[in-house]
Ligand binder design. Structure first.
Ligand SMILES: Cc1ncc(C[n+]2csc(CCOP(=O)(O)OP(=O)(O)O)c2C)c(N)n1
Ligand SMILES: [Mg+2]
Length: 669
């Protein structure tokens, strides 16, 4: 290692390195190894390639950047601070502290300039694919010959752990297939992960794997010091329009640390006061004072502001000219950017009449198609199940990763990446993504669903084949605990409609709900249409729960509460109970989360505290239902896995039949 600093570039790289280790040391917690090793690639990317404006972090045509290895976030925070984002030195000094804007892993919405919440390894790789896809879609939609208003790249720094995770394989495979030429990963290949050298666990030829996926694979042998090699590789990546690029940058974790470099000891603990001093010395850093930023370095970093302003004002000029010549498109641009649906977006929503039968998956599919016709920024797809999920947009082409045309995305059998990609599309903005598969396989998506909830991303998850009612496929495909587990997730809204008309309302709510993800849980089997002329109409769905059928012959002595396919059963049981002079109310409860948002008055109207005899009926785990049925109520649900047989038989055998409901209800009186 040379101790003579040769250039301003090197000074800047070491500024990132020393700032990062100081912040981790001050917090006495965090990950110094990645920033030390990946500072050169990040610096070259941010100073010579990334098109961004620190003064307007949300400028739509900026390049997107994701640090997938979120544990190394001090690298990202340093870049933001140094290039002039609204992130102060004090923010860096309060790394990992209560209420700070520099949490322990990057969080979208918390820190200006943080484009995605990362930390669970692998997620960022899929997010970046989704961002690149959203860019393509908007480019296809808005660009006109000679008027390119959507033209930006997506870069991600990924680590060994990211590329070990299965989700990155799914995402990489799809990105290669789609030919996402404006997507580039910089791989911080340091041969070390948390527990030790990757020789213990990760010895495949990653480059050849990505080549097989259809990526351009480039290599930088000395990622610690050779900035020009990184620069060159980035140029190579940018000059291939038809393939995503993986740049394998060989680095040393904890570069510069005399005792920890190259080992997992540099990964996840502060270096220690003495080692920080020794590292700075080894780097040739002349300043003892912590958090020292040399004026030359800062000045150089801050040239990003003038460059960014220039990029943006140049774009704005082109955008204004485009908007003048394409007023309709400009209107679509504005609406799609804010997510506000156009007037009349719900004008053609379908409806069903009493006497008809339809599966809620089919009804929801028709609603989605009606919406998609009016809202061109709704796009999405499924994990090789469009025939089953009914989510295909009928008059639309398949999504093409090169031109950006088409709105039906075939994700293939890649549920986890599908969800991570949908999140990436939502992070990108300007599109409203939906993704679909069987409800049971929500488990395969769950890590990304959780991030959608944490990041408040408006993704619609469509899950069909929602219970043991799906029948013959048997217990491997029959969800049991899934409703309960998703209801346990903060910020996630689950909606399980009872009939075709409620399914339409569910989509209406989903489109209007822009503050976070929604899961639509839909039946495979046909369900009877609830007679809105005799009972309450489906609009009550928006309130989460509503009185569907009021007791006759007096105030209710009993309340049956049900969701989805069990609502029809509850209505049948009510008839029997009322015929035995037991005034019975049926509450349709498609969404706990929406109901929780109502005021107490409304909730007490639907579930009057005076009526203690309450029975919930739902073909799933009963976990949590006690909250709605109370101490003196009961729940019919499942405390076992399902069984392979025709759906109506499985339901009947496992207690979802009128006799059982009536018997359990009477036992409460
Ligand atoms: C899904 C997931 N599993 C486990 C972890 C815990 N973890 C954090 S970093 C890491 C591995 C670190 O190796 P690498 O990705 O190569 O990062 P480096 O040590 O090189 O910085 C692990 C296992 C995590 N953050 N996410
Ligand atoms: Mg590593």
């Amino acid at each position: 290692m040379s101790t003579v600093r040769e250039s301003l570039d090197e000074l800047c790289v070491d500024t990132i390195r020393t700032l990062a280790i100081d912040a981790v040391q001050k917090a006495n917690s965090g990950h110094p190894g990645l920033p030390l090793g990946a500072a050169p690639m990040a610096y070259v990317l941010w100073s010579r390639h990334l098109k961004h404006n620190p003064r307007d972090p949300l400028w739509p045509d900026r390049d997107r950047f994701v640090l997938s290895a979120g544990h190394g976030c001090m690298l990202w925070y340093c870049l933001l601070h140094l290039t002039g984002y609204d992130l102060s030195m004090d923010d860096l000094k309060s790394f990992r502290q209560w209420g700070s804007r520099t949490p322990g892993h990057p969080e979208y919405r918390v820190t200006p300039g943080i484009e995605a919440t990362t930390g669970p390894l692998g997620q960022g790789t899929a997010n970046a694919v989704g961002m690149a896809m959203a860019e393509r879609y908007r480019a296809g939609r808005f660009n006109r010959p000679g008027q390119e208003i959507v033209n930006h790249r997506t870069f991600a720094i990924v680590s060994d752990g990211d590329l070990m995770e299965g989700v990155s394989g799914e995402a990489g495979s799809l990105a290669g297939h789609l030919g996402l030429g404006k997507l580039t990963y910089l791989y911080d290949s340091n041969h070390v992960s948390l527990d030790g050298p990757t020789s213990m666990t990760f010895t495949e030829d990653v480059g050849r794997r990505y080549e097989a996926y259809g990526w351009q694979v480039l290599r930088v042998e000395d990622g610690n010091t050779n900035l020009d090699a990184i620069d060159h590789a980035l140029h190579e990546a940018e000059s291939d329009p038809s393939r995503p690029s993986l740049i394998i940058v060989r680095t040393t974790i904890g570069y510069g640390s005399p005792h920890k470099a190259g080992t997992s000891e540099a990964h996840g603990s502060p270096l220690g006061e003495e080692e920080v001093v020794a590292t700075k010395k080894a780097l040739g850093w002349e300043h003892e004072e912590p958090f020292y930023v040399p004026a030359d370095a800062l000045e150089h970093f801050r040239t990003a502001i003038a460059r960014g302003k220039e990029h943006q004002s140049d774009w704005q000029e082109r955008f204004d000219a485009w908007a003048r010549s394409n007023p309709d498109l400009a209107d679509e641009w504005r609406r799609s950017s804010s997510g506000e649906p156009p007037a009349g977006w719900d004008a053609d929503l379908p409806s069903w009449k009493a006497g008809e039968k339809e599966a809620t998956r089919a009804a929801a599919g028709k609603a989605l198609n009606a919406i998609a016709k009016k809202v061109p920024w709704v796009l999405g797809g499924d994990a090789d199940l469009s025939v089953s999920t009914s989510t295909k947009l009928k008059d639309e082409a398949d999504f093409d990763g090169r031109t950006g045309g088409g709105r039906n995305i075939h994700f293939g059998v890649r549920e986890h990446a599908m969800a991570g990609i949908a999140n990436g599309m939502a992070y990108h903005g300007g599109v409203r993504p939906f993704v679909a598969t069987f409800f049971c396989f929500s488990d395969y998506m769950r890590p990304s669903v959780r991030i959608a909830a944490l990041s408040e991303l408006p993704v619609v998850f469509v899950w069909t084949h929602d219970s043991i009612g799906l029948g013959e496929d048997g217990p491997t495909h029959q969800p049991v605990e899934h409703l309960a587990s998703l209801r346990a997730m903060p910020g996630f809204t689950v909606i399980r409609p009872a009939d075709p008309n409620e399914a339409v309302e569910a989509w209406r709510v989903a489109i209007e709900h822009r503050e976070g993800p929604v899961g639509l849980v839909l039946s495979r089997q046909k369900l009877p249409v609830i007679d809105a002329s005799k009972l309450a109409g489906p609009a009550g769905l928006a309130k989460g729960a509503y009185v569907l059928a009021e007791s006759t012959g007096g105030a209710p002595r009993l309340i049956l509460i049900a969701s989805g396919s069990e609502v029809a059963l509850a209505l049948e049981a009510r008839q029997k109970l009322e015929s035995e002079s037991i005034p019975t109310r049926v509450v349709s409860m498609p969404s706990w989360e929406l109901f929780e948002k109502q005021d107490r008055k409304y909730r007490d109207e639907v579930l009057p505290p005076a009526v203690a005899a309450r029975l919930s009926i739902e073909a799933g785990s009963i976990l949590g239902w006690a909250r709605w049925v109370g101490d003196r109520g009961a729940s019919i649900g499942l405390e076992r896995f399902g069984a392979s047989a025709p759906g109506e038989i499985v339901l009947k055998e496992l207690g979802f039949n009128v006799e059982n409901v009536v018997a359990r209800a009477k036992a409460l009186l």
